[in-house]
Write a protein that binds this ligand. Sequence first.
Ligand code: EPZ
Length: 429
Amino acid sequence: MEKIVIKGGHRLEGQLPISGAKNAALPLMCAGLLAKDGLTLHNLPHLADIKTLASLLTELGSTISYDEEGWDIGSGQTVTIAASHIASTTAPYDMVRKMRASILVLGPLLAREGEAIVSLPGGCAIGNRPIDLHLKAFEDIGATIELKDGYVRASGKLTGGTVHFPIVSVGATENILMAACLADGITIIENAAKEPEITDLATCLVAMGAKISGIGTSRLEVEGVNELHAAEYTVMPDRIEAGSYTVAAAMTGGELELLGDNLPYVMTGTLEILKQAGLVFTETERGLLTRLGPEKIIGINAVTQPFPGFPTDMQAQLMAMMTLCDGASVITETIFENRFMHVPELCRMGADITVNGSTATIRGIEKLLGAPVMATDLRASMSLVLAGLAAEGVTEVKRIYHLDRGYERLVQKLGSCGAKISREKDNDI
Ligand code: EPZ
């Protein structure tokens, strides 16, 4: 295993390219199953989750070709996913358990082949992550759902229909949206998620010949078509990576220019809270300049919400910053039931945080102290890296395979902006 070693207290300054969004890239890759003649995606990030999904899509019969646009720090990869025929409609447990977003192959397989057998993804560190909303939605548009031996089998001809989600679900919206494109009728999706990644997926599906209206709203209308065709699409920038690095600049008293398109829009919800915390943003030709304003970090009251609210995927990173706030802050997590595992690790670095149910109260301290800490999930591990960048002394973040799932070239990017950070073998575990 490997660890990240950070010598804290160094200001971050310079330009930092934002990679393609993991949470847009994954559903977009699954959309490749819907067309026989190939979907080409640009700006795909070099991440473990992308590799995992690519191997699943290959297993299902897709041909995947890579056009490496260079491994320099800012470039994504171009990948073409051609599913001329589907060799298998089964997503096996050993692949799905590695990455729960594999459940997003269910909709495309069901729409394309009239059948999909996908292992139930099971829970993860942040919650039990059920898929009941996905399955109910498929039944609403004509599918039959059977659960057996830890697998879900969805089958039948999709006729379209009305889907009403009782709570907002990003993955369920994406799954049903992809399936509805090839249904034999019209599908209405009410209370659809409005995250930018959904808009990215819907825009790509339209480029492939899908008929979707209401994009960007909570009511989507899909008129099924017989088939989708090849298209090219560029993945949007990763709003969570961008938000994470704005926190890095603020916590180290530095200034970063984040390079990426449309960052203020995709970062809706995040920017509002960060501005309340005293961060200053200036749009530039190539992206967004970010630094902490003249004050100290100002304490805030943040509640995670579906888009356009403050994103749950930024909660752990915001909390890291609030450990140094002037006064106190309150952060409430409303999306996942166990997303405070970074708290005990931040406390090991001297943070003053108390948790009461889904609410954390953070009392600002003068400085964090470096320490060996353990990553538990993707965003928690980033919050520990951020704390390490600001802390006095050396911080070692262990189990960084979590980080590799969602942050492309993290050490190179931070190192290029002045961080004293390295990736080393961890002989302890
Ligand atoms: C997506 O997960 C993201 N993952 C998550 O990012 C993100 O935190 C989440 O959306 C919320 O924005 C990807 O896009 C790959 P949900 P998803 O369905 O789709 C409950 C990261 O760090 N629910 O919107 O799984 C669920 O338990 C990851 O990049 C049901 O009850 O999230 C949760 O409480 C973490 N039944 C809430 O809804 C269902 O059938 C929102 O989950 C589905 C979800």
